[in-house]
Design a protein around this ligand. Structure first.
Ligand SMILES: NC(=O)c1ccc[n+]([C@@H]2O[C@H](COP(=O)([O-])OP(=O)(O)OC[C@H]3O[C@@H](n4cnc5c(N)ncnc54)[C@H](OP(=O)(O)O)[C@@H]3O)[C@@H](O)[C@H]2O)c1
Length: 236
């Protein structure tokens, strides 16, 4: 087994498509999620900080004596819930969104870097971002802020890597036909004033598929991008 891949949120959507299309021969693929997909499952609720240590220990245990060709962590799990003005949404759901979208990427990303620092094989850390990292959509405050945090973390940690260190990239996948998009379209205009744009994208067939997003994301591993790049698949 010469490639070891962790994908958070591989039970559905883009993560499941990533797990199904790992572009290396005979990879071992571990899904980190609550419900589990077809890949080997490490059950974790990543909105719960109590579960982060178990994921960090898994990285450490698996990589301590790793002698394969490459290791990859794709941090893909994320949530758009709750949608609505910051002052109006459920505070518990808001807290979970902040933990999952802002804190978990940093904590788990750092854990992966620590666990893989001694390795000399190929190392990749890919973080799922969004156009919302740069556009402040009203109704998505914790999501927008979480993706902006992901991108700035990636820029910073990318700079910290030595020339032969871990390759770190944030990627916005475009508008992809998953459960997250269904949830966005089901929102009222009062909670999400831009909802009409997302109905229009669906009506005109402008959504991409999880499979094409996954192919675009995996293609980044063979591109010669500066470490810490934040890219949008729509601009490649
Ligand atoms: N779809 C789009 O148009 C779009 C656009 C821009 C960016 N993105 C980003 O792409 C990534 C994937 O989005 P998607 O559209 O594929 O979403 P999705 O279909 O809603 O799937 C979300 C995945 O994240 C996992 N997840 C959610 N909450 C979790 C938690 N608390 N702990 C562990 N895992 C959790 C889910 O697994 P469980 O439920 O089994 O835990 C699921 O596998 C996200 O980071 C999203 O922000 C998506």
């Amino acid at each position: 087994m010469s490639t070891l891949v962790w994908i958070s949120g591989a039970s559905a959507g883009i993560g499941a498509a990533l797990a199904a299309a790992v572009p290396f021969v005979g990879p071992r693929v571990v899904d980190i999620s609550r419900s589990g997909g077809t890949a080997e499952h490490l059950r974790a609720d990543l909105a719960n900080p109590a579960d982060w240590g178990r994921v960090a220990r898994h990285f450490g245990d698996e990589l301590a004596a790793y002698d394969g060709e490459r290791v990859v962590f794709v941090h893909n799990a994320g949530t758009i819930t709750p949608i609505g003005p910051a002052a109006g949404v459920d505070p518990d759901a808001y807290e979970r969104a902040v933990l999952l979208n802002s804190a978990a990427p940093q904590v788990l990303g750092a854990a992966f870097l620590r666990a893989s620092a001694h390795l000399t094989c190929e190392r990749h850390l890919i973080m799922l971002s969004s156009g919302a990292a740069k556009t402040a959509y009203a109704g998505w405050s914790s999501y927008n802020a979480g993706k902006a945090a992901v991108e700035h973390w990636v820029r910073t940690v990318g700079q910290e890597q030595p020339a032969d260190g871990c390759r770190i990239i944030a990627v916005a996948p475009g508008v992809v036909d998953t459960a997250m998009q269904s949830e966005i379209r089901a929102t009222s205009e009062s909670d999400f004033p831009s909802v009409g744009r997302f109905h229009e994208l669906e009506r005109t067939g402008a959504l991409s598929t999880p499979e094409s997003a996954a192919a675009g994301i995996w293609s980044l591993l063979s591109r010669d991008l500066p470490n810490g790049s934040c890219v949008d698949l729509r601009n490649l």
